[in-house]
Design a protein around this ligand. Structure first.
Ligand code: C2G
Length: 129
């Protein structure tokens, strides 16, 4: 069984997130998604419209997703890959190169982002802060 792992905030879940999760699942048989906690997002300088437990529940309900784990730190990826026996790490290509260190542990694939949609844009359009 080829296991795939990806990370994200998935705030105001949109088609860009769905396309990423669908394509990540197409690369293997089992998809683990690490969803950024509110505490970690504060470290990332991101303020979420949707709290972490709701973002996790939404991602968990996506048919491509087999397992959801919390993302609490930048430093958990190597242990996550090892603990979950991951074959492929996937991120959108806005992260290209940032996680190449994981090549020592698994395949690293950066997928093209979906153009024309982002949480930031949605917030602007909804006039959310
Ligand atoms: N994404 C995409 N197309 C978009 C928007 C997002 O393909 N239009 C992808 C991103 O590239 C990422 C995933 O969807 O792979 C989740 O995006 P975010 O929720 O913005 O994730 P981010 O805040 O970048 O968190 O440790 C890694 C971080 O947790 C990533």
């Amino acid at each position: 069984m080829r296991k795939v792992l990806t990370y994200g905030t998935f705030d105001l879940f949109h088609i860009g997130h769905l396309n990423l999760l669908r394509r990540a699942k197409e690369l293997g048989d089992y998809l683990v998604v690490a969803v950024s906690s509110d505490t970690f997002n504060a470290i990332k300088g991101k303020k979420c419209a949707i709290p972490d437990y709701e973002r996790m529940a939404i991602v968990e309900a996506i048919k491509y997703v087999d397992e959801v784990i919390p993302e609490n730190s930048w430093d958990q990826k190597i242990s996550d890959v090892k603990e979950h026996d991951i074959d492929i790490f996937v991120m959108g290509n806005d992260w290209t190169g940032k996680f190449d260190f994981l090549n020592d542990y698994c395949e690293v694939i950066y997928l093209p982002r979906t153009d024309g949609i982002s949480t930031t844009q949605i917030k602007k359009e909804l006039k959310l802060k």
